[in-house]
Write a protein that binds this ligand. Structure first.
Ligand code: MN
Length: 241
């Protein structure tokens, strides 16, 4: 019995090595297990389920094989791919999870998040996030022609890169108080998230008791995942891409 967690692959056409590593990874490790959780920024960009690029279709086909093997697949949105919708999830055999979500894995409750909402020191980004997650804005956006959306996505990416360059490292990381607040709001002791590209396990206190925050790694240089099995602590694992 195994459950795997991954995030921040940032799949894109210009990195076929990451796509290849993902296809190998699921074939070797995700077939016939309990569940595969993908906690956001799976794709580097997403402008609507109607795009149907070869990359998107290859990945959906691989995931539907994983699903057919008996593995449950869950997607959570990241800040890059928050427009992934039910249509693509159906093609990939995945269930869309809210951010945040509490799930029980082998008797332990975990708060799952992408992680960007925890970075509250970045006030400018949080404002931007609130706009992007507005359902009315999203509906309006998705009705625009594909070419318009491609153009907008390119612009947003350039703006985001330019803005992040001037930001301090601490602003780009999670706010410790926000982590505690979320754990206490949900009454759980364990959190798993990605987004920051700082894979690690952190011990802290929440709800007046020891708590733990596990940060998943990005796939820029390494294949990172978290492996959970019954009766043991989940383990962060990696190998070079
Ligand atoms: Mn992210």
């Amino acid at each position: 019995m195994t459950t795997l967690f991954i995030s921040d692959l940032h799949l894109e056409e210009s990195r076929p090595d990451i796509t290849g590593a993902f296809l190998d990874f699921v074939k070797a490790r995700a077939m016939g297990i309990d569940a595969l959780y993908i906690l956001g920024d799976f794709f580097e960009a997403w402008i609507g389920d109607d795009e149907h690029t070869p990359l998107q279709e290859t990945v959906a086909a691989a995931l539907s094989e994983v699903k057919a093997s008996g593995t449950a697949i869950y997607f959570m949105h990241g800040n890059r791919d928050f427009l992934i919708g039910e249509d693509y999830c159906n093609r990939a055999g995945a269930v869309l999870l809210d951010d945040p979500s509490v799930v029980e894995i082998y008797g332990t409750s975990y708060l799952l998040m992408h992680g960007d909402s925890l970075c509250t020191a970045d006030v400018e980004y949080q404002k931007f996030r609130a706009n992007m997650r507005n359902p009315q804005w999203q509906q309006m956006m998705l009705q625009r022609p594909l070419e318009d959306r491609k153009q907008m996505a390119r612009q947003l990416r350039e703006i985001s890169m330019a803005k992040n360059q001037g930001k301090e490292e601490s602003i780009m990381d999670v706010t410790p108080e926000e982590v505690v607040r979320e754990l206490e709001a949900h009454g759980v002791q364990n959190m798993i998230h990605g987004h920051t590209h700082r894979p690690a396990e952190h011990d802290l206190m929440a709800n007046g008791a020891p708590a733990r925050r596990i940060v998943l790694g990005d796939w820029h240089e390494n294949v990172w995942w978290l492996e959970a099995e019954p009766d043991q602590k989940p383990i962060l694992k990696k190998y070079p891409l």
